[in-house]
Design a protein around this ligand. Structure first.
Ligand SMILES: Nc1nc2c(ncn2[C@@H]2O[C@H](COP(=O)(O)OP(=O)(O)OP(=O)(O)O)[C@@H](O)[C@H]2O)c(=O)[nH]1
Ligand SMILES: [Mg+2]
Length: 373
């Protein structure tokens, strides 16, 4: 079997026949072997229509889940129960034009591992949504792209229309919360190439939308879970947490040195900063970057001095911002705050690149994202 098309359905009785006919019409000239697999959780008579379709066309198969609910798990079920070397996932309501299937199939055949029809690359459109849905969708995408590295260069990472090689998900445990199964595939899948092609999202013309506020909440939970499960994504947040804890340690040590040991204030301040720096280094080495093993002893020893130098530059950056703010007459605290944000980013990026730079064999191959021109 070359191609499996997986379609999750929930009360789509008016649409399943239409989509089946349109898929068959566009795939007939290509001559590839394919199956259309519906994963159905309907409460209406969609299963009766699917039964009839599967009797009339050997390409159509379906699974009806009696108590099943949830688009994401439906697609995962489809992954497990289909055979094709290539998989395409799409909605039943014809918002995802089947006419694009031959092009998706061709690109997968050419070696693209994950193919995403996008509403947001040149030539695409999201015309089917009202302004409120557009705003919600934009906000969701932006949160996802900021939080998750693998989604950063992808314009339509939350869509429900995509194709992939089966090898991308083979041996991978997928556990989506809610709807955005594509994010789950992008974060956990095994692939090197992603390609986006433009398409026009159509207005739903039959059946009703199942999109609800609870799905927006599920989306945030899903993002959180993905960030936590991916060392590359959670690292920055851990680094910030360690930094915040370091500030507390700094203040506590300062108090201790001033009050108990009666040390001179300048010496106490420097001493407290040094203890906090060491504290941060130890947490970062054993917690934030714990996956980055460094087999070469002398490079491991160099980590602490490298960390100190980078932190020193960070202090310089903060001071420069504070000085600039007071020089141009802005509140020095605003300058200091801006400096802290820039310095934190600098510290993170520099430490990630140099201090905890993994050995070459630990470095992951880069994922290439391209778009159709
Ligand atoms: N199996 C299964 N499919 C579902 C479930 N919820 C939604 N679907 C299907 O998932 C696809 C997307 O759902 P839609 O209601 O179209 O969501 P949407 O496209 O974001 O919303 P509209 O733009 O209003 O259509 C459709 O094919 C639905 O039938 C579910 O719980 N289980
Ligand atoms: Mg829809």
């Amino acid at each position: 079997m070359e191609l499996s098309i997986i379609i999750p359905t929930f009360n789509e009785r008016e649409n399943v026949r239409k989509i089946t006919n349109r898929i068959m019409d566009v795939l007939r000239p290509i001559g590839c072997s394919y199956e259309i697999f519906f994963v159905d959780d309907s409460r209406d008579d969609t299963p009766t229509v699917l039964e009839e379709l599967s009797k009339n066309h050997h390409e159509v198969k379906y699974l009806h889940r009696q108590n099943g609910r949830g688009l994401g798990t439906a697609v995962v079920e489809g992954f497990k129960r289909t055979q094709g070397n290539f998989i395409i996932v799409m909605d039943a309501d014809l918002q995802h034009p089947p006419e694009l299937l031959p092009l998706i199939y061709r690109r997968l055949l050419q070696g693209i591992e994950v193919l995403i029809p996008s509403r947001f690359v040149e030539g695409g459109s999201d015309g089917g949504l009202n302004w409120f849905r557009k705003l919600v969708s934009w906000t969701a995408r932006t949160i996802g792209r900021i939080s998750i590295k693998r989604m950063r260069d992808i314009s339509d990472c939350t869509g429900g229309y995509f194709g992939l090689h089966r090898s991308v998900i083979e041996g991978v445990t997928l556990d989506p919360v809610g709807w955005k199964i594509l994010m789950e595939v992008l974060v956990k899948g095994k692939y090197q190439t992603v390609h986006e092609i433009p398409y026009s999202f159509e207005a739903r013309d039959a059946g009703t939308s199942k999109m609800s506020t609870i799905e927006q909440w599920n989306y945030l939970k899903h993002i959180f879970k993905l960030v936590w499960s991916s060392p590359d994504d959670r690292r920055f947040y851990l680094f910030c947490m360690v930094g915040a804890l370091g500030v507390l340690v700094n203040l506590m040590v300062l108090k201790l040195l001033l009050i108990i040991f009666l040390i001179h204030s300048l010496a106490a301040s420097i001493g407290a900063s040094c203890v906090a720096m060491l504290h941060n280094f130890l947490w970062n080495d054993n917690f934030t970057w714990k996956e980055k093993k460094q087999p070469i002893m002398w490079r491991r020893v160099l980590r602490l001095p490298q960390f100190i130098v980078i932190s020193g530059v960070g202090i310089g950056i903060t001071a420069a911002f504070a000085w600039l703010a007071s020089w141009i007459g802005i509140n020095i605290f605003l300058g200091q705050l801006a400096g802290i944000i820039v310095a934190t980013s600098w510290n993170y990026l520099a430490n990630n690149k140099w201090t905890w730079e993994a050995s070459k064999s630990n470095r992951k191959a880069k994922i290439t994202v391209t778009q159709e021109v």
